[in-house]
Design a protein around this ligand. Structure first.
Ligand code: NAG
Ligand code: NAG
Length: 458
């Protein structure tokens, strides 16, 4: 079972990629004698990870049931001209600057205004019917790109559907330099963005989702995509009420249903604080990256959110943060009506780390961590088959399990790359990532990696 990449052109979306490139360059310029040794090491790690991943066969007769909340597609990126052609919109001979778009004619005039000079623009579409038509047409276009959690999971499991039918979507009409639309030619590459964020899309759909959930009785409920709320213009008190409803919904989930919450980079500290209070205590499992971990931790400690943290943290640092997070989250829950955190997955560029409570519901941790590692490469390289020629190990040859003095070091064994050990009432597993050196895509990687781990654990 493979995580496949889409048919997408290589996209570099996040600034982190620039720093990634620097690290990768450093590895390209290593001395040649070391090369052969390193290559062999890499091959062994790869084959061992694949073996670990395969240990768990997905039983297709009893596909686990998973419900995904808020996994909506936020940005749909399409070829602008292809989309206009698809809906049969003729180029307008009268370019015009509209403040907002009410009908298809105005869209044609507005696009004709911005497209030839290649000027960036973002317009509000006041006509819901038109916007829905555009979104539907975009989804039918072969090359639309949309990082979506639901999509990832649906390859492996039955998904109940999204909480939100039409979330706060931004439709991004891209065009390269020299693209033509009727009599117009774009002078440079750019994008024309349309959106329709008129009302709060969540409030209406929350009840619907609750109903679906009761009928569906999933094995796992995944809550993600809440970063959409980060920039949403809520009315006073609306967001709080909404998260209260989400909390109610999560509380009503059967104890047999596992609840996973996937973090995201929240800019709004107030929102993060509300999530901490309302959502986190109702999840059994958390997934996040090396930036989100210290952020959440500083909030739990009562200090303000760390703005920037080390993009290449050491294993010991991450494990210490994970231990503290695990402890603090569970401490806050004591006496409350929430669930106990029993799974914590942190994905970083260089390695995957997971803590799983002993005797908890989560199975196959070793295979899941191996799969998460492999998925990181598959996703970024955009191929289900891992080419060792496009992979590098950037994790050290051994790592310390903690920054505390006298902590034990664990060597990275090529033949058993997933290292696991017991602590307190949980197991810790760490696996190196075969970092992809030919970046094809980075967006949506966190969701894909988290989902890859989860599918083997339910
Ligand atoms: C909204 O768009 C639809 C579909 O393009 C169109 O039929 C309708 O006339 C538009 N409404 C207004 C008020 O322009
Ligand atoms: C994540 O993986 C799935 C396949 O499992 C793939 O279809 C999807 O395109 C990936 N996500 C992104 C953003 O590429």
């Amino acid at each position: 079972m493979a995580i496949e990449g889409g048919s997408m052109s290589s996209r570099v979306k996040y600034g982190a990629v620039a720093s990634l490139a620097v690290v990768l360059l450093a590895y390209w310029y290593r001395p040649p004698v070391q090369d052969a040794l390193l290559d062999q090491r890499l091959d062994t790690v790869l084959s061992s990870l694949l073996k670990a991943e395969r240990k768990v066969g997905m039983n297709s007769f009893s596909r686990p049931r998973v419900a995904v909340g808020f996994g909506g597609c936020v940005d749909i990126i399409v070829d602008g001209v292809a989309l206009l052609n698809k809906i049969g919109l003729q180029p307008s001979a009268h370019p015009h600057h509209h403040d907002y778009i009410q009908n298809a004619q105005q869209l044609a005039e507005s696009f004709a205004y911005f497209f030839p000079p290649g000027a960036a623009s973002e317009r509000f579409v006041k006509n819901r019917t038109l916007f829905t038509q555009l979104v539907e047409a975009s989804r039918e276009l072969l090359d639309n790109r949309c990082p979506e959690l639901t999509e990832v999971l649906s390859h492996h499991i039955t998904v109940a559907g999204n909480a939100v039918e039409e979330p706060d979507i931004h439709l991004i009409l891209e065009y390269p330099a020299g693209a033509t639309w009727g009599q117009y030619t774009s002078r440079r590459a750019n994008r024309y963005i349309i959106h329709s964020d008129e009302h709060n899309p969540y409030l209406a759909s929350m009840e619907d989702f609750g109903r679906k959930l009761r009928e569906f009785q999933p094995d796992l409920l995944v809550v993600g995509g809440l970063q959409m709320m980060d920039s949403f213009p809520f009315n006073q008190g609306e967001r709080r009420a909404l998260l209260g409803r989400l909390a109610g919904l999560l509380s009503s989930a059967s104890p047999a249903t596992g609840v996973h919450f996937e973090m995201a980079s929240f800019v709004d500290e107030a929102l993060l604080a509300e999530l901490l209070e309302q959502v986190l205590p109702r999840a059994d499992s958390l997934g996040m990256n090396e930036q989100e971990l210290p952020n959440l931790l500083s909030l739990l400690r009562g200090s303000s959110v760390t703005v920037l943290s080390d993009p290449y943290p050491r294993v010991a640092t991450v494990l210490d943060q994970m231990r503290e997070l695990y402890r603090l989250v569970n401490q806050r829950r004591r006496g409350g009506d929430g669930r106990r955190l029993s799974r914590l997955h942190v994905h970083t560029l260089a390695f995957q780390a997971m803590m799983v409570g002993r005797g908890s519901r989560w199975k196959n941790t070793v295979s899941a961590v191996a799969k998460a590692s492999l998925t990181a490469n598959r996703h970024v390289c955009g191929s289900p088959d891992i080419d060792p020629g496009k992979a590098k190990l950037i994790m050290d040859e051994s790592f310390s399990v903690s920054r505390r003095e006298g902590s034990r070091r664990i060597p990275l064994r090529e033949t058993r790359p997933v290292s696991c050990w017991d602590e307190d009432d949980y197991q810790v597993c760490v696996a190196p990532v075969l970092v992809c050196t030919e970046v094809y895509q980075t967006a949506g990687g966190g969701d894909n990696i988290s989902a890859a781990g989860l599918v083997l654990q339910i």
